[in-house]
Design a protein around this ligand. Structure first.
Ligand code: PMV
Length: 339
């Protein structure tokens, strides 16, 4: 018998500069608004897939076999079932997946995880050892992004490197994810200050629903298009003094929406708030153009140009401790190969 081919995908995590928060249609994964993110380099998920003769898929997460009802397993099996049903595939897959960052360190892994899972599974099912080979089966990056976002919305943006835009468009079927600028356009770094090592108590699925109940949600929707244009302009011209205030306002607004929802959600506490104030202080006193953004959690992403890295890192590590900071930068996007 031939040894089954193992397909290995790596997908980066991404950090949103303009946030996807709220769904216009949950079943079709249609966002309430456009979003734009930067794909990272080292922080991501590696997933291998191979066809197996078994009655169900077999999934390993960080070398541990996980079942359908395991916390980490649910989304993975659900997405494999979705892909199988969509393309009428009955062959089962053996999946092994691991994150490049320590599990439970508070970095959301669903974007990189669901993107890597989609790429590796399609590669195994269709015997496609490269993105080029996937294209021969009519899986262009935009199609793989659409399939990935069905597993986790933000995963669709992990299909490219650089800066990626997810446009809501006028209908769920017309929504579009594409790269706006590649990774060579602007050498931005992202250092993540870790404040929580636990999974968040309110899932993003629940958060997306609650967003609609906030009185701040309609005014947010009303200005988001204008904000996106300013953001694209700032990236296009590599203007940190324009990008920075937009990403800070955007992150704080998303959290204000959460905090003012009918059932309020507080994703960060006092320690994070003090840290945000500290960032603003070192920006002014040390003349360091570093700006923050946060996802649905308490960890803080610091965005800055690479030339400020040597000045920022010692200050940051002194404040946080070396083990509580992860350093990354804009990346090239996902990869696919056989192993
Ligand atoms: O992909 P989801 O459903 O986990 O939503 C992620 C939402 C944020 O990370 C908070 C923002 C974003 O645009 O990535």
């Amino acid at each position: 018998m031939n040894t089954p081919i193992i397909y290995e995908a790596y997908a980066p995590s991404n950090i949103a500069f303009l946030k996807y928060w709220g769904k216009a249609d949950e079943d079709l994964q249609w966002p309430a608004n456009d979003s734009l993110s930067m794909s990272l380099s080292q922080l991501g998920t590696k997933t291998t897939a191979q066809r197996i003769s078994a009655s169900d898929h077999e999934v390993e997460f960080n070398d541990q076999s996980i079942s359908r009802d395991h916390d980490h397993g649910k989304k993975i099996y659900k997405h494999l079932d979705f892909l199988g049903a969509r393309f009428k595939l009955t062959t089962k897959l053996g999946i092994k997946t691991s994150n490049s960052f320590p599990t439970g360190c508070g970095i959301a892994s669903s974007a990189s995880g669901l993107a890597a899972l989609t790429i590796a599974s399609l590669a195994a099912w269709f015997d496609a050892p490269s993105f080029h080979a996937l294209e021969e089966h009519k899986f262009f990056k935009k199609d793989i992004a659409d399939l990935s976002r069905m597993g986790s919305g933000s995963a669709g943006r992990s299909l490219w490197g650089g800066f990626v835009l997810w446009e809501k468009s006028t209908s769920a079927l017309l929504q579009k994810i594409s790269q706006s600028f590649n990774h060579t356009h602007w050498d931005l770094c992202d250092s993540v200050a870790l404040f929580s090592k636990e999974a968040k108590k309110v899932s993003s699925t629940e958060g997306h629903r609650l967003a609609w109940t906030s009185p701040l949600f309609p005014p947010r929707q009303a200005i988001i298009h204008e904000r996106l244009q300013s953001l694209i302009d700032a990236i296009k011209h590599r203007e940190m003094n324009k990008l920075g205030p937009i990403i800070e306002q955007e992150a704080l607004e998303m959290h204000a929406v959460m905090m003012s929802a009918e059932t309020p959600v507080y994703y960060f506490g006092h320690e994070t708030s003090q840290f945000l104030a500290w960032i603003r202080q070192i920006r002014n006193t040390n003349h360091l153009p570093v700006y923050f953004t946060l996802d649905a959690g308490s960890n803080v992403h610091l965005i800055y140009e690479k030339k400020y890295k040597t000045k920022l890192i010692p200050l940051l590590e002194e404040r946080m401790g070396k083990d509580s900071v992860l350093h990354d930068e804009v990346g090239i996007g996902p990869t696919l190969k056989t192993v």
